[in-house]
Design a protein around this ligand. Structure first.
Ligand code: NAP
Ligand code: ZN
Ligand code: ZN
Length: 347
């Protein structure tokens, strides 16, 4: 077993604290990764506080992981020592169901094995990237293109793929108008990626102070959702809406902003459900859909796309010791746009 240092939530109600634990030994198919950077996703906060239920404690969160290969197992063919690699939200799946075979492991019929707060085959809880090292099967490891900086690439492993995958799945492109709701970690990646796909992007936000950020990121327009006028002026404007908001809000108002046959895609996970009104959907044959992260092949394609288009996340790099303060700032929307922890601070 490999002694590892990390930061963990010991319960849903306590601040994260230093935590020592063990990683499994490197098996024939495994890659041992020295973690250099890990992003803080809002999902880490939801899970560390058990807001979705089923959290396993102690929990070392973190699924936006970048590092370098320290050692490879005897049968590993895809990676070698010193390669720059990444790990996202899952580290295994059944590999045999239709979803796994087509590269949509995130929809594995047996359930993907989450990078943290999951149970590995041996029954041990998985632990994530707020730690010095991780052991992962090579088939669930991504290659980080050299054009990307390690800190700027880390959030791509969740925020990047979560926004890229639905945009690709629904074929969002040049002739479409897209609204991105919520300009946070996911939202700012959605703006950058959709812009690179040639899409006209409007940001719908609760924060007037993000207007300038939206412009800088390349948004065509910015509108405040606190102003009722936004919902009349933008009626039937969009082909797609990508909703990244982490708190409950009224979906029905947004549905009215879709054209006929438009699609509202939910990726944000609010704490409370919303009542859906049928008429806004029925009268213009609109759809509401959802999407979760992306498969391994698709995540690699997204990383390569970001390297080609020079897209990274806008990050504030912090030592891991500042994680609790960072959680509070994420909840206040006080970060442009992702905290990334420098794991050298744990050595
Ligand atoms: P984040 O950085 O905190 O961004 C969320 C944004 O939502 C905020 O920046 C804010 O944008 C807006 N917002 C927050 N509270 C709001 C409220 N009360 N009313 C309206 N808008 C509000 O979080 P994130 O890391 O991007 O994650 C966003 C959500 O996606 C989380 O629920 C997370 O769990 C979920 N998620 C889902 C997947 C998936 O696969 N589906 C993957 C990763 C994360 P403005 O200031 O612009 O309004
Ligand atoms: Zn995430
Ligand atoms: Zn499967």
């Amino acid at each position: 077993m490999l002694p590892t240092k990390g930061y963990a939530a010991m319960t849903a109600k306590t601040a994260l604290q230093p935590f020592s634990f063990e990683r499994r030994d490197v098996g024939p198919q495994d890659v041992l990764i020295t973690i250099t950077h890990c992003g803080i996703c809002h999902s880490d906060i939801h899970q560390a506080r058990d807001e979705w239920g089923g959290s396993i404690f102690p929990m070392v969160p973190g699924h936006e992981i970048v590092g370098t290969v320290a050692h490879v197992g005897s049968a590993v063919t895809k990676f070698k020592t010193n390669d720059r690699v990444g790990v996202g939200c899952f580290v295994d799946s059944c590999r045999t169901c239709a979803a796994c075979r087509e590269g949509s492991e995130q929809y594995c019929e047996a359930g993907m094995l989450l990078t943290y707060s999951g149970r590995d085959k041996d029954g041990q809880p998985t632990q994530g990237g707020y730690s010095t090292q991780i052991v992962v099967d090579e088939n669930y490891v991504l290659r980080i293109p050299s054009a990307l900086s390690p800190a700027g690439a880390a959030p791509l492993l969740c925020a990047g793929i979560t926004t890229y995958s639905p945009l690709r799945h629904w074929g969002v492109g040049k002739y479409h108008k897209l609204a991105v709701v919520g300009l946070g970690g996911l939202g700012h990646m959605a703006v950058k990626i959709a812009k690179a796909m040639g899409t006209e992007v409007t940001v719908l936000s609760t924060s007037e102070q993000k207007r300038k950020d939206a412009e800088r990121l390349g948004a065509f327009e910015f509108a405040l959702t606190s102003q009722p006028e936004t919902f009349t002026r933008l009626q039937r404007r969009f082909d797609f809406i990508l909703d990244t908001v982490s708190a409950s809000h009224n979906y029905n108002e947004y549905v009215n902003l879709l054209k006929t046959d438009g699609t509202m895609i939910l990726v944000g996970v609010p704490d409370k459900p919303t009542l859906l009104e049928p008429f806004p959907l029925i009268l213009h044959r609109r759809r509401i859909a959802g999407s979760v992260i992306g498969g391994i092949r698709e995540t690699q394609a997204m990383l390569d796309f970001c390297a080609t288009h020079k897209i990274e996340s806008d990050v504030e790099v912090i030592p891991v010791q500042h994680v609790n303060e960072a959680y509070e700032r994420v909840l206040k929307g006080d970060v442009r746009f992702r905290f990334v922890m420098d794991l050298a601070s744990l050595k």
